[in-house]
Design a protein around this ligand. Sequence first.
Ligand code: UD1
Ligand code: MG
Length: 458
Amino acid sequence: MTDRFAIILAAGKGTRMKSPRPKVLHEIGGRSMLAWSVALAKDLGCKRTVVVVGPDMPQLSEAAAKLVGGENVAVQREQLGTANAVDAARGQLAGADGDAIVLYADTPLIPQEAGERAFKALADGASICVLGFKAKLPNRYGRLVTAGDGALEAIVEANDASEAQLKIELANSGVMAGPAKLMFELLKDVKNDNAKGEFYLTDLVGLARGRGRGLKAAVALCEERDVQGVNSQVELAQVERVFQDGMRERMMVAGVTLPAPETVHFSHDTKIAAGVTVEQNVVFAPGVSVESGAIIRAFSHLEGAKVSEGAFVGPYARLRPGAVIGRDAHIGNFVEVKNVTVGEGAKANHLSYLGDGEIGAGANIGAGTIFCNYDGFFKYRTVVGANAFVGSNSSLVAPVTIGAGGYVGSGSVIVEDVAPDALAIGRGRQVGKDGWAKAFRDEKSAAKKAGKKPPGAV
Ligand code: UD1
Ligand code: MG
């Protein structure tokens, strides 16, 4: 197969976002827009991916270097247009023998098939292929001028288009593919004699055709929603919605039950098996997988967690990174689990913080149990053995182990290990005094009637 390369343009300032964060580091489905483009390049099998950033964008350069390696971050000194931006990757792709695809980092939802179609057009003989779509409102997009046979003749930017050209509905998504060598060769001839005074990448189409009969350009079609770009917070939210709607539909098609799909939020990597029910208003932050038969009840928030077959989570549960919920286990309302493995059939049904540790199979964690995992400097583990019973409102001060089958009396503060099958009670012993309450009431009400306040009363 021909080698593939990707050039991701991310040098735009993104001023319309009005955000201190670089535009393409804003997230869709819990992943930055830049990371979406890099993931697409990877899915397309690109051998090398170059990200073009602007000068003085340290946060962006750092993020790009993490994704593609510092040697693949190119800097476009001045924003002279999309052709100039691609040209900034010339050094990195010197000697690249194969096909290159240009992606905009602010266009995060391009499906892999669309990229494949662009490369396929090259394999089928086109010299340049752009992804085009039928625009509902084409006003600001470049128009694709095609010949009778569907071949692409030119791309005309809206600012430079004639009245007749403005009527064309076929718009340029911005994605362009071509042999790397040819693209860099043609880039040398791009001029900036246009309405914006910019070097337009889109001019490559006309230039390729100008080279003579051998070179043809083509359009690969895609859906408008797949190439929707982000320039403002409003558009960010619109693209997020496109992503969420797509994810919800894919989940349902795959056999996940969503009684109120419009209220469930997914991340790009959420994995949910067929036969899972996800109730209303559940949020899946990145890194969650849920196995078949589990039920995620309303208003739960999950991140970096695994939920095994048949488990119950929520309503109002919070699973944080490292929460591994075993088969048929129950995590109930207002229970927070972080970095804890919960064994098969174990239950923590109410009002608990379970952080750093493990809970054995069949154990029961009573309401209000707290794993006291932090001393202000370090964190420690709590281990609760299989079938142990932790009475309500207990504090387990880590590091501490409750042996298998051990029993902790309610309201205990446990600071020492509990032996298997032992009972531990760590609280003051109860004292009972017959008649005390009545005597107390009599004395106080008499004082009140007489208008005598005890010392210290206000
Ligand atoms: C571009 C296309 C237009 C297409 C539209 C789709 C050109 C000339 N026009 O127009 O045909 O319909 O996208 O959205 O290519 N960038 C840089 N450096 C630059 C200029 C731009 O990195 O000097 C980056 C921007 O950050 C952005 C992308 O390239 O991610 C596109 O630039 P933009 O100015 O938005 O191009 P459009 O005018 O929208
Ligand atoms: Mg744009």
